[in-house]
Design a protein around this ligand. Sequence first.
Ligand code: SAH
Length: 248
Amino acid sequence: MRIGIMGAMTEEVDSIHSHMTNVKEFEHGDRKYYIGNINSHEVVLVFSRWGKVASAATVTSLITEFKIDHLIFTGVAGAADPSLNIGDIVVSEQLYQHDMDARPLFKKHQIPLTKITFFQADPLLKEKAHRATDGLFASLTAKIPAESLARFNIRELKCRFGTIATGDQFIYSRERTEAILADVPETVAVEMEGGAVAQVCNDYKIPFVVIRTISDKADHTSEIDFPAFINEVARHYSEHIVTGMLRL
Ligand code: SAH
């Protein structure tokens, strides 16, 4: 069994890479793929790049060239559900593309010729991802300086299953988030890759899960210091969750 790991941030890819053994590096389609092991599992790790086309191209290569048969995707996302805080985690229940609109030929958000709007994540991977967040807060407080946690106001950590909206837009206004919620009220997080990756996985029948750390509130306050959040906080999440999933 070969497990594909896609990270949407180079920092999290570097952190996961540091847990790999027997690593071999391959260049393909302007991306670097790392094949190796984490514990007893054979894995292929790659930086997804950003947006739907880039991430769809990356996962297609993972599947067709690097022969993965499961996919774990990690990254950060904006919160659409106001009860989510920066530092909380969303594990994908299902994903859709909020910017797909081929009406009147197809229903809003439906992917042409598939009859699918919502792509379902794999139940087993979802459970593993959720379980791998056990002990995360304790390990974060050990690894991340208290000032960093305080700076991002991280005092506890929720992990929630939910619906993720994907589109080729960085969402930084509450109006845009409200418009997305008006269409699909159960949306909990917004990002730029998951729904596209899910579509490709569905074509090839590859079980997948998308795991997102909330990095911003998808509104005008998305003025958070993005690189600092990734570097100081988010990369520890992906590292803990992915290595935890591969231990179980
Ligand atoms: N780190 C970059 C910003 C990356 S933003 C910088 O230095 O400026 C793009 C990534 O963040 C994508 O992987 C996307 O999925 C995710 N993301 C986080 N918050 C988002 C939001 N509010 N809207 C859309 N994508 C978001």
